[in-house]
Design a protein around this ligand. Structure first.
Ligand code: ATP
Ligand code: MG
Length: 361
């Protein structure tokens, strides 16, 4: 079976370094590995509207921002199809049929949806669209017959939900849909990068992000203000690594060559950690190192973005061509689905002849 990737992002803001380590960087590696027959990258604007119904302008404006982030990180439209979700009505139609295969209590048990409801203060009045977005995500994944979904850990429950829908659909209507596998980051620190405030997840909605397109001075300000070990008061005090955001970021971003370049007195991160826990290493020094690491990672991305920003019409064409191509694929899957469900009354004479036969008796 050929290997196909589907993944994406909600256009609720520019992309941040959590996206980068959790999914984006991996996508580019997978794209360039040549091991995947097709790669679909979706800008999930319809999903973003499920919790931004009263702020459609936010979604509309951020589509281009996300597309620019994609291209500047190295997603190549020759190899990856970039699409806008809302422009593919087949996805909505698929969701509608999948809704019949999922119970309300199953959706209520989804831990990501639960925590997102809390985060958005939706407890008293959850929009139905938001509540059912895991089903629409199943439609997105299956529409492209994706085998592989490279995402952060917060997406695990969505993948579980999708697999259940696929199994149920295939069991009821016959083998039609492909069961996808999640592809999580290898590096533990990248599974769910915390915010600069130390909160569980860097998230556009929480405003605790370092954005990929952020200017150097702003990155520095954010890194220097980052959460560390609150008990590490004097330099000579032993420091704790657990829950120390600066070290989590170093786990996610630093490589041995960064030590060579910016901190040659240590060979690698293990040595730096050892000194910190022993005592005698100040937070400011570690933060300055982290700042250098992040700056060197983001500089080429920011520069490429500035180039693409000069040619927005090109980006528009990429989005349009990608969406057109993706729509054809989704339409084929929808046709398979309707065939399996036998709701394809006008595609052939089968249903008509069946009815004639029935009423002629
Ligand atoms: P929102 O707050 O609007 O939900 P978000 O910051 O959570 O935005 P999404 O667009 O929901 O971003 O997520 C896009 C992709 O990035 C998903 O694959 C998700 O798993 C991954 N991702 C998002 N935040 C992080 C993070 N902090 N660490 C690792 N991966 C992340
Ligand atoms: Mg999210």
């Amino acid at each position: 079976m050929s290997k196909i990737i589907l993944t994406g992002d909600r256009p609720t803001g520019r992309l941040h370094v959590g996206h980068y380590v959790g999914s984006l960087k991996r996508r580019v590696e997978l794209q360039n590995s040549g091991k995947y027959e097709k790669i679909f990258i979706m800008i999930a604007d319809a999903q973003a509207l499920t919790d931004n119904a009263d702020n459609p302008e936010r979604v509309r404006q951020n589509i281009m921002e996300v597309a620019l982030d994609y291209l500047s990180c190295g997603l190549d439209p020759e190899k990856s199809t970039i699409l806008i979700q809302s422009q593919i009505p087949e996805l909505t139609e698929l969701s509608f049929y999948y809704m019949n295969l999922v119970t309300v209590s199953r959706l209520q048990r989804n831990p990501t949806v639960k925590s997102e409801i809390q985060m958005r203060n939706f407890e008293a009045s959850i929009p139905v669209g938001f509540f059912t977005y895991p089903i629409s995500q199943a439609a997105d994944i299956t529409a492209f017959k994706a085998t592989t979904v490279p995402v952060g850990e917060d997406q695990l429950p969505m993948l579980e939900q999708t697999k259940e829908i696929v199994r149920k659909f295939n069991a009821v209507y016959g083998e039609t849909l492909v069961e996808p596998e999640i592809l999580l980051p290898d590096n533990k620190a990248c599974l769910r990068l915390p915010g600069i405030d130390g909160k569980a997840k860097m998230s556009k909605s929480l405003g605790n992000c370092i954005y990929l397109s952020e200017e150097p001075a702003d990155i520095k300000k954010k890194v220097m203000s980052m959460f560390t070990d609150p008990d590490h008061i004097r330099i000579e005090d032993p420091g704790k690594l657990e829950g120390n955001t600066v070290f989590t970021y170093l786990d996610a971003f630093s490589r041995p060559e960064h030590f060579e370049e910016f901190m040659p007195e240590y060979k690698n991160l293990d040595e730096l950690k050892e000194h910190y826990t022993r005592g005698g290493l100040g937070d400011v020094k570690v933060k300055k190192f982290l700042n250098n690491v992040i700056q060197s990672e983001l500089e080429p991305i920011r520069n490429r973005r500035k180039e693409y920003q000069k040619d927005i019409s090109y980006v528009y064409e990429v989005l349009k061509a990608g969406t057109d191509k993706a729509r054809e694929v989704a339409a084929n899957t929808l046709s398979d689905v309707k065939n399996s469900m036998k709701i394809n009354y006008f595609d052939s004479r089968e249903w008509l002849e069946e009815q004639i036969e029935k009423f002629s008796k």
